[in-house]
Design a protein around this ligand. Structure first.
Ligand code: IVH
Length: 725
């Protein structure tokens, strides 16, 4: 025992205090580790509290001596107004889902194909539980925890450093000689079953609402603006991946997770290494059986390619890594009564029947509606109003109706007759026929595209959504309200809203009043202060106007996506932006492409990943007079930033490449993915716009065409040299 340890706080010299704080930080960290990671505390809670207390007192006397890894930082600082945004150095992607054993065999095969591996070449995977919690990233520099954030949209999350510091599972310092200088640790914040039960018991005894499930409770705790509240929630953490890292300290996933553990990060002990899909499925079977014995919720198994060099070659698709997949457990089911069928009108006019259900809990969540997809689906399942149905919910997907419990069908239940008039505008809906296949579409569609109020509102919602203009405060209800009040009827109106700010305030206030009165009627409880509410509403509108102002400039790909062109999701929007670079060029090209004989049309179809259906939808959008006006009005209000190729340092950035013949060093998919990650465009056919044709063995007509057009032809080796492979 050091001498300083016995000295009362008010008798410590500054040097002694410094030494004492260092000792306490270390000792408390050891006890945190025993408590959480090993689940076996070696001192009593009272002794532990004593150490924490002494640390606080010393810091209160010598504030300048507070250490960056001070245990007191765990209870957080002052309450903040909101979270700051935090851009991830490397995106936090999600995982592709698999549901069947066959999906897993396909996953392994596709990886072998991509890497050009033979059936008997070794290929190992790790298998580990998919934790049903909330993902978070922890940044360590020189071993110290300096920042933490939520996943957000994968690229930018919220800075929740103060909240994450309160987790005893989050080491404030990583220990070990080989801790990388910089590392972003990725993992899941969760609440254990025991802690969850205790938390809800506490909520009940304090007369507060209970939490629906551990994940919701964890998410709520992380979103607290006051870290002291987060500190009272029993949050835990598992580390399972990493983002930016200055020095890689392993060759395999398994080894790396071992290093995490050595450095003091909590890792999952169920993780296994597998040499075949059969072994992966065995881990899945085992975890499915023993799932109930674990002290935390899991919703599947995650498989990852073990070798990090292979992970690197496999790389990423737009939203998920190619080297990992989540094998989900079967969805949970429940029975309930279908009380009504409502028709919802989507952004592109699709009429979707939605089952209104007697509320039922499925896998910890209350479900009161489920999609019935389309008319044929209702007929196929013979779903009738009044039927008892089986509802299924898997992860975050929309609940589904699996089927009808025929024994429970009421005698008077009659087959449902689909109303083919649009419920929003009364237009006659149609079922379109696919020009190519001649098949009738399963979906009834309201053709009143520009004027149907439901479609307009849905387009507006899409326009302001997270992956489009991302306007905070313009949620679904506010859009509907502003539309009903005719304050926003088209895209451009959003950006002129500030001119009508007084009317917006009135509309918002009126709506809040109505809601409050309705609540009073329902609950019989009077509100506190109306003055406060009006102030809050006005502040809300002012914040809304500022968030609109902050979004007057937008990247081209987000803009194309925001327009809501049919079949143009985020991926296609990115392909189009990458190809055309300027909005003006894109729009002109779509108008020219209306002539299917034009070079513009051929160029559009030559973009790898763009098919005829999408091409025609984009052309239709830009040749429709009404949309033309909409876009022109909008462009007067905003600035669309030109597309900038991500890695302009590469010699092939911005160039158009066509691969032909069989490649030896890489599969066609790997070659394509690499080229795209270097900023090149990969096309399917050769034209005068092609910069390079990479010709493998047995190249045929494309090579011939390249020769005719005088396009640069590269052998595979030359291409690899050019791209620095
Ligand atoms: S790996 C780049 N491993 O599942 C891959 N994710 O559905 C990074 N999750 O966003 C993810 N347990 O929040 C990984 N053992 C595990 C996981 C896991 C849960 C979450 C994670 C991810 C989501 C994807």
């Amino acid at each position: 025992m050091s001498r300083a340890e016995k000295i009362p706080v008010d008798a410590l010299s500054e040097t002694q205090a410094g030494a004492e704080l260092a000792r306490l930080a270390e000792e408390i960290a050891v006890h945190d580790a025993h408590y959480h990671r090993n689940d076996a505390p070696i001192i009593s809670d009272a002794e532990y509290d004593g150490l924490r207390q002494r640390n606080s007192e010393i810091e209160a006397r010598f504030p300048a001596l507070q250490r960056p890894d001070s245990p007191d930082l765990r209870v957080g600082g002052a309450v903040r107004e909101g979270f700051e945004k935090s851009t991830h150095a490397r995106p936090m992607l999600s995982l592709d889902n698999a549901f069947t054993a066959e999906d897993i065999f396909d996953f392994c095969d596709s990886i072998r194909n991509f890497l050009g591996l033979a059936g008997d070449d070794p290929l190992e995977f790790t298998a580990e539980p998919k934790i049903d919690g909330v993902s978070a990233t922890l940044r360590y520099e020189d071993g110290l925890f300096i920042a933490g954030a939520t996943r957000g949209d994968g690229f930018t999350g919220e800075n929740i450093t103060g909240n994450l510091r309160t987790l005893r599972d989050v080491p404030l310092r990583l220990n070990g000689a080989d801790v990388p200088r910089v590392i972003d640790v990725r993992g899941e914040v969760y609440i254990s079953h025991d802690d969850f039960a205790a938390l809800n018991a506490r909520q009940t005894s304090e007369g507060k609402a209970v939490f629906m499930n551990p994940r919701n409770a964890a998410a709520g705790a992380l979103r607290q603006l006051d870290p002291a509240i987060t500190a009272q929630r029993p949050l835990r953490f598992f580390a399972y991946a990493w983002g930016e890292i200055s020095e890689l300290r392993a060759h395999t996933q398994m080894e790396m997770i071992g290093r995490f553990k050595d450095w003091g990060l909590p890792t999952n002990r169920e993780m296994r290494r597998c040499e075949s899909p059969e072994e992966m499925l065995a881990v899945y079977g085992h975890l499915q059986e023993t799932r109930a014995l674990l002290d935390y919720d899991i919703d599947g198994v995650v498989y990852k390619v073990d070798r990090l060099d292979l992970q690197d070659r496999l790389g990423f698709r737009s939203r998920s890594p190619r080297w990992a997949i989540a094998h989900k457990f079967p969805a949970e089911q429940a029975q309930t009564v279908l009380e009504a069928i409502e028709i919802q009108v989507g952004r592109t006019g699709a009429l979707t029947p939605v089952a209104k259900l007697r509320p039922v809990t499925v896998g910890g969540v209350v479900v009161s509606s489920a999609s019935l997809h389309n008319e044929d689906e209702i007929r196929r399942k013979d779903v009738r109003i009044g039927d008892t149905v089986i509802v299924q919910r898997a992860g975050d997907v929309i609940p589904q109706i699996v089927g009808v419990v025929m024994d429970k069908r009421p005698q008077d239940a009659t087959p449902y007759i689909f109303n083919t008039l649009c419920p929003a505008c009364g237009s006659q809906a149609v079922r379109e026929t696919d020009a190519k296949t001649g098949k009738e579409d399963a979906v009834w569609r309201c053709g009143n595209r520009a004027l149907c109020p439901a479609q307009v509102v849905e387009r507006l919602r899409h326009f302001v959504s997270r992956d489009a203009f991302d306007i905070e405060g313009l949620g679904e209800q506010n859009i509907q309200l502003l539309f009903d009040e005719m304050l926003i009827t088209g895209f451009a109106d959003i950006f002129t809203l500030r001119e009508k700010i007084e009317e917006v305030k009135k509309a918002f206030f009126r709506k809040r009043e109505e809601d409050a009165l309705e609540r009073e009627r329902r609950t019989g409880k009077k509100r506190k202060k109306i003055v406060d509410e009006s102030k809050r509403t006005y502040k809300e509108v002012e914040n809304l106007i500022s968030s609109i102002e902050a979004r007057r400039e937008i990247e081209l790909e987000r803009f194309i996506y925001a327009l809501g062109i049919r079949h143009v999701g985020r991926n296609n929007a990115r392909l189009l932006a990458r190809h055309y670079h300027l909005f003006g060029a894109f729009r002109a090209a779509m108008r020219n492409a209306a002539d299917h004989e034009s070079t513009a049309y051929r160029e559009l179809l030559a973009i790898d990943g763009i098919g005829e259906t999408m091409a025609n939808a984009a052309i239709e959008y830009f040749t429709d007079k009404r949309f033309k006006v909409t876009v022109e009005e909008l462009l007067r209000e905003i600035i669309v930033r030109d597309f900038v190729a991500p890695t302009s340092a590469s010699l092939v950035a911005g160039k158009t490449v066509v691969f032909t013949g069989s490649l030896e060093k890489m599969s066609r998919d790997e070659a394509k993915a690499r080229a795209q990650s270097l900023g090149a465009k990969v096309a399917g056919s050769v034209s005068s716009k092609t910069d390079f044709v990479v010709a493998g063995a047995d190249a045929g007509s494309k090579l011939k065409k390249a020769r005719e057009l005088g396009v640069t032809i590269l052998a595979e080796e030359e291409w690899l040299a050019l791209t620095g492979a």
